[in-house]
Design a binder for this molecule. Structure first.
Ligand SMILES: Nc1ncnc2c1ncn2[C@@H]1O[C@H](COP(=O)(O)OP(=O)(O)OP(=O)(O)O)[C@@H](O)[C@H]1O
Ligand SMILES: [Mg+2]
Length: 312
């Protein structure tokens, strides 16, 4: 019994002198949601293409559902659903016919196709519009339909490249709920990329952060926060003078300081103890109304990773 839906070992791909994917090693547990985070051009889509066997690695290896993408790309693509940068929809077909077409490609029996299309379209609240030509649909509607398409044949593993790009906040939340539902009910594994870190935080069991082709960190959002270790303290009050802020900034335990109105946020280095902060502010004649300690968000962890010394 395989425990990992995906495993890579030193997976690499170069384009000329560009190391688009550089020695990445990670694994994704079956039945989990894995988020792949990284700035534009960091190698996320290239990694997905390598895993689907659409692109040959320059070196290293991978296993997807136990198959080798170099040798068994066809089997991988049959057992996986994928929503890549292009939606893969036929603009001149209706929503229903788009899904029906894919159902035929996957050799699903007619009755099963019909039931599955109804189930998926109802789920994304587009069943009433099933007979409309997709061309006239909004970007978000197309995106939802494309995701449904990727799930049409009930794949065990789904790759979603920026699935919520272009969705409004309500639709994004609904999309996330659908995904979680799928994972919980059907044991589906999801590998997704996103630029929305709050989304990754809510949705993903584990995330990997990639920059310039290199995997910088892998773990649960909590583990990443812990590894990165930045905690922060928010002080609500008044009398934050320029001198106070400058002195705080120079403190060895302080990473960064920001003020917005009566809100002072102090980011600490590593697992620094914040005990010094309140006494210090008091000596500076700051009026303190409230102090809150908090964990850094995934976004802050991400920004810290991006700012760190160049990895090359
Ligand atoms: N077929 C190709 N030929 C040449 N260079 C390529 C090719 N595909 C990708 N690259 C390069 O590899 C790098 C990684 O691209 P990739 O599309 O994987 O980034 P990404 O992380 O998905 O970015 P984004 O967030 O913008 O989608 C980029 O510098 C890109 O120009
Ligand atoms: Mg991409």
């Amino acid at each position: 019994m395989l425990h990992n839906a995906i495993e890579t070992n030193g997976l690499s791909r170069t384009f000329g002198s560009l190391k688009a994917v550089n020695q990445i090693t990670f694994s994704v547990d079956k039945g989990s949601i894995f988020g792949f985070l990284g700035p534009n051009g960091s190698g996320k889509t290239t990694t997905i293409r390598l895993l689907l066997g659409l692109l040959e690695p320059t070196s290293g290896s991978a296993s997807v559902l136990g198959y080798d993408p170099i040798r068994d790309g066809q089997q991988i693509r049959e057992n996986c659903g994928a929503l890549l940068e292009h939606t893969g929809l036929y603009e001149r077909l209706t929503a229903y016919d788009n899904l029906d077409f894919y159902g035929r490609v996957w050799r699903m029996p007619a009755a099963d196709r019909k039931a599955r299309i109804k189930e998926l379209l109802e789920h994304i609240h587009l069943y009433d519009r099933r007979d409309e030509i997709v061309k006239g649909w909004s970007r978000g509607m197309k995106q939802k339909l494309a995701a449904a398409r990727a799930m049409m044949h009930r794949p065990q593993l789904i790759f979603l490249d920026e699935p919520t790009a272009g969705l409004d906040p309500v639709a994004s939340v609904a999309f996330r709920d659908d995904l979680l539902n799928l994972v919980e009910k059907n044991g589906v594994t999801v590998f997704l990329t996103t630029h929305n870190l709050a989304e990754a935080e809510k949705l993903c069991h584990r995330v990997g952060v990639i920059r310039e082709g290199q995997l910088l960190s892998v773990g649960s959002p909590d583990e990443l926060r812990h590894k990165q270790g930045n905690s922060q303290v928010e002080v609500i009050g008044s009398g934050f003078t320029e001198t106070t802020l400058q002195q705080l900034q120079l403190h060895p335990q302080v990473r960064g300081v920001t003020v917005k109105g009566n809100h002072l946020t102090v980011q600490l280095n590593g697992d620094s103890d914040s005990a010094f902060l309140v006494p210090f502010l008091v000596t500076q004649d700051v009026q303190i109304d409230e102090v809150r300690k908090g964990k850094a968000s995934l976004e802050e962890v991400f920004m810290t990773l991006m700012e760190e010394e160049n990895v090359n």
